[in-house]
Design a protein around this ligand. Structure first.
Ligand code: HEM
Length: 412
């Protein structure tokens, strides 16, 4: 059914009646794509055992993303039974991504000003220095892990810089972020739930001190996101203390695992498609289209969610108000009606209107930053170590929503 590292589809299974995102077959985590193709072909608007719907067609996802009134991002109703009266509930229901206008609009406006392509261009020299420093350290090792030695070390610094978190205080950020976003998986254990709540508590305690310090010593709002969010309060974009803190938590989380996985997934995909790797080495200027293709081919964020606010229809299926909808980005990005030969990695693919960053009013606010990190990391690693080779099978994260590797052992 699959190739060595399981990105390729050679046959499509029959989807059983009890297919359930909360109880996925063991081989799904290695290679979900045969299941995605089967769902799209057999039941593209699939009613799940819990009454929610799973969408897998590109056109259906675009339809949902475009209509934020009918398909709400507000998660207060949905998360109450799941999280109860906990800090996880408070966190996820206050972040901009899980809200509709007007809260969404107020927070997004404040954040976007700090994440423009121009602002990102200013971060590029520092990013190159960081990546080259990591490559120097790797050069002296016999074997490296492309995740812990490289891919995950980049976003933690870049996001830390965005909020000007002091360097020696950054270490716990990645662990907090993995736990808090991990709690969004379709199924979690009670132990993980308790741990994720504890991580929100620790993160908030930390941020309260950071915000208090920044109020006393504001930075430059053009380059310091935290000062932007704090000063926004004085300029009529008033965020409550909870909104301010929880959106800082979200911002610090949003760019970690996703960006780590873009870099890790891209480097493993190149290893699996040696002719594409050779092409990129011979023509490094193809890095921009290559990054878009990595984002499409193995999207870091495979699932999104919405809730219907009115009775509506998707395809020929009637859906009542208050229904939960799961948007399968990973499946839409392999839809043959939108992408010819979708299971083939083609670093020159154009057009490539993938949905890895979603679309519509919630389209990823950090996409310019994510692309820049992916571009600098992958192109500099390839230029320095063109013969890198996996030295053992990479280990998958085992998550349905966030797709990536926990470790990628490699010789340079
Ligand atoms: C490869 C890396 C990334 C991927 C694949 C990704 C993907 C996404 C997706 C799919 C959404 C939309 C969620 C939805 O509405 O259902 C989103 C939203 C968001 N992302 Fe990213 N993201 C990445 C990196 C980043 C980075 C680096 C940052 C920030 C520094 C960031 C900040 C945000 C924010 C603030 C939102 C919420 C936007 C809104 O609700 O208006 N992301 N991201």
């Amino acid at each position: 059914m699959s190739s060595q590292y399981q990105n390729i589809v050679t046959s499509v299974p029959l989807i059983s009646d009890d297919f359930d995102l909360r109880h996925l077959p063991a081989d799904f985590y290695q290679n979900p794509y045969p299941y995605y193709h089967a769902l799209r072909e057999q039941t593209p608007v699939r009613k799940m055992p819990d009454g929610s719907y799973l969408l897998t067609r590109y056109a259906d996802l675009v339809h949902v993303y475009k209509d934020a009134r009918t398909f709400s991002s507000d998660k207060k109703l949905e998360f109450k039974p799941r999280y109860g009266d906990t800090l996880l509930y408070e966190h996820h229901t206050n972040s901009l991504v899980f809200n509709d206008p007007p809260l969404h609009t107020r927070v997004r406006r404040l954040i976007m000003g700090g994440l423009t392509p121009a602002a990102m261009a200013d971060t590029e020299p520092g990013l190159i220095k960081l990546v080259d420093g990591l490559l120097d350290q790797m050069e002296n090792k016999n074997e490296v892990d492309l995740i812990s030695d490289f891919a995950s070390a980049i976003p933690v610094e870049i996001i830390g810089n965005l909020l000007a978190v002091p360097h020696d205080e950054r270490e716990p950020l990645r662990e907090w972020s993995l736990a808090i976003l991990g709690a969004l998986e379709p199924a979690i254990t009670p132990e993980f739930f308790a741990y994720a709540n504890q991580c929100v508590a620790e993160f908030l305690d930390y941020l309260k001190q950071l915000v208090a310090q920044r109020r006393l010593h504001p930075g430059d709002p053009k380059t310091d996101m935290l000062t932007r969010l704090i000063e926004g309060e004085a300029n009529g974009e008033k965020l409550t203390e909870t909104e301010l803190l929880q959106n800082c938590v979200f911002l610090l989380n949003a760019g970690h695992e996703t960006t780590t996985n873009l870099i890790g997934n891209g480097l493993v995909a190149l290893q699996e498609w040696p002719e594409q790797k050779a092409r990129l080495i011979a023509q490094p200027e193809m890095i921009n289209t290559a990054i878009e293709e990595f984002l499409r081919f193995e999207s870091s964020n495979q699932l999104g969610n919405r809730m219907t606010t009115v009775d509506t229809q998707i395809g020929d299926i009637n859906i009542v108000a208050g229904s939960r909808i799961s948007l399968c980005i990973g499946a839409a990005n392999r839809d043959p009606l939108q992408f010819p030969d979708p299971d083939k990695l083609d670093i020159s693919r154009s057009p490539n209107r993938h949905l890895a960053f979603a679309s519509g009013i919630h389209q990823c606010a950090g996409m310019f930053l994510a692309r820049l990190e992916g571009r600098v990391a992958i192109s500099r690693l390839l230029a320095r170590f063109p013969d890198y080779e996996l030295s053992a099978a990479p280990v998958r994260g085992g998550r349905a929503r966030f797709r990536g590797f926990l470790s990628v052992p490699c010789k340079l």
